[in-house]
Design a protein around this ligand. Structure first.
Ligand code: ASP
Length: 338
């Protein structure tokens, strides 16, 4: 990997176009390993990877575990429910315990913004030779999801040559609870770096006007933007306008657990205005793919019928994990808890 200078991966705002190119090239090569008979590479043999998930996760945690195993690393998984946190151990002491066991890479998810960055700072200051990978911190950043979505889109637009070029001038529409979404933020950095134009759509309470300026200034904490020219970001309040001529659509869950107060009173109206359905997909370009980072809340951000129709006529629905059957709509109290 030429010119790769990220010891930690905390936030895609620090990635240059060359970094994205490197990731897409490498991922394309690794993807073929799935098809090989051994399904494994010795790339991380002898390394210890520790997954520290202080927040729930289905897809991300299992994906990190599977990726580590496929690359022949040893893996440790930590989850809050089976840890000593309930006995009064502080998260830092928990982390130090895993560091002392010789972890080479710590994959960390935490509900508080900047915990992975603080940890990276801590290991660097103390000369501890460990890489920190952010698997989602508060609503700040989810770099692995952003890279996965970039790869998914680049492969969709040009399966023969997966490259950042295929994103150039594409219109990607992201719909839903942008305010609380680390997925949206990471996608904004990645997609605009590759020249895609991103349209954001949602009600003002979940999509403040400030998002228009998201990529206009240097990323937080940096003097200059590592990307010379980014695609543009704009806000459309009407779903029809947002989806018109879209090359791809991403829909997001309403992340109630990250809200300070209840910001939506009527979920049925929300579904009518912002839900992705067979009907609303007609406004996009033909064959526009729909991406959802999971977990899915059916009949809120996306219709159940669309979820069920994993692959329908001219539309391709891409999900990161198999869809679990959840035929019944959950009761109002639990429907947003995932
Ligand atoms: N799984 C994603 C995340 O961890 C999206 C979500 O939770 O809605 O941020």
């Amino acid at each position: 990997m030429n010119n790769w200078n990220h010891n930690h991966i905390l936030d895609l705002s620090t990635f240059s176009l060359d970094d994205y190119k490197t990731v897409l090239e490498l991922t394309t090569r690794f993807k073929d390993v799935h098809k090989s008979s051994s399904r494994k590479l010795p790339a991380l043999q002898g390394k210890l990877i520790t997954n520290l998930f202080f927040e729930p996760s289905t897809r991300t945690r299992s994906s990190f575990e599977l990726a580590a195993k496929r690359l022949s690393a040893d893996v440790q998984n930590f989850s809050v429910s089976s840890s000593s946190l309930s006995k009064g151990e502080t998260p830092l002491d928990t982390i130090l315990t895993y560091i002392s066991m010789g972890a080479d890479i710590l994959v960390i998810r935490h509900e508080s913004t900047n915990v992975p960055a603080d940890l990276a700072n801590y290991v660097d200051t103390n000369n501890i030779n460990i890489s920190i990978l952010n698997a989602g911190d508060g609503y700040h950043s989810h770099p692995s999801q952003g890279l996965l979505d970039l790869f998914t889109l680049a492969s969709f637009f040009n399966p023969k040559e997966v490259s950042t070029n295929s994103l150039l001038k594409k219109k990607i529409t992201i719909v839903g609870d942008i305010l609380h979404s680390r997925v949206a933020r990471s996608n904004l950095w990645a997609l605009t770096a590759c020249g895609a134009d991103v349209t954001l759509c949602g009600p003002p309470s979940l999509l403040p006007d400030e998002f228009n300026d998201f990529v206009l200034n240097p990323p937080p904490g940096q003097k200059i933007d590592p990307v010379n020219k980014r695609g543009i970001v704009c806000i459309e309040r009407s779903l029809k306008d947002a989806l018109r001529n879209a090359d791809a659509v991403m829909t997001l869950r309403i992340q109630k657990e990250r809200m300070q107060q209840n910001m939506l009173t009527d979920l049925d109206t929300y579904h009518e205005q912002y839900g992705i359905t067979h009907q609303s997909l007609k406004w996009c370009k033909k064959k526009a793919p729909v991406l959802h980072p999971g977990p899915v809340n059916r009949e809120i951000e996306i219709s159940s019928k669309l979820v069920e129709a994993n692959s329908i006529k001219s539309k391709l629905i891409i999900f990161p994990s198999p869809i679990l059957s959840q035929a019944k709509r959950p009761s109002l109290g639990s429907r947003l808890i995932t």
